[in-house]
Design a protein around this ligand. Structure first.
Ligand code: HEC
Length: 115
């Protein structure tokens, strides 16, 4: 079968490979590398500031704290708001964490498999 493909089809396939490689390096892959780096930063902040209530690696240890692996990913504003200003028993972090750090936490939480 392989030997029977027309040169035109093969050329077209090569173009698609080139386009895919370009897209990958310029946009998609660069972006996912960035968000992986951000998530890694978020993981460190989480370990220091959040894990004592929300559990190591977001696995809730049966405290009253919210299981962050269930946090709806389409509600980023709610996340930023709750983390920055606090919510009932949950302390406010706005004075301790910069917006960039809250962003990194969000990347970390969004990177966890949903439960
Ligand atoms: C002192 C314990 C404690 C620490 C530390 C803590 N949390 Fe919480 N968190 C809670 C509790 C308790 C709740 C549930 C609040 C409620 O619904 O009454 C909560 C809820 C949340 C929610 C859900 C808010 C919502 O809108 O429903 C998010 C998101 C969250 N925490 C993120 C974090 C992050 C990120 C950190 C680290 C910067 C953190 N928490 C540190 C106790 C804590």
């Amino acid at each position: 079968m392989i030997g029977h493909r027309s040169p035109g089809a093969r050329r077209q396939a090569r173009v698609w490979v080139a386009v895919a490689a370009l897209l990958c390096s310029e946009a998609l892959c660069a972006q996912s590398a960035d968000s992986a780096e951000l998530a890694a930063k978020g993981r460190q902040i989480y370990a220091l500031s959040c894990s004592r209530c929300h559990g190591p690696n977001m696995v809730s240890v049966g405290t009253a704290a919210y299981d962050l692996r269930r946090f709806p990913l389409d509600q980023k504003d709610r996340f930023v708001n709750s983390v920055t200003k606090g919510l009932r028993v949950m302390p406010a972090w706005g004075g301790l964490l910069s917006p960039e750090q809250v962003e990194a936490l969000w990347a970390y939480i969004a990177s966890a498999p949903r439960q």
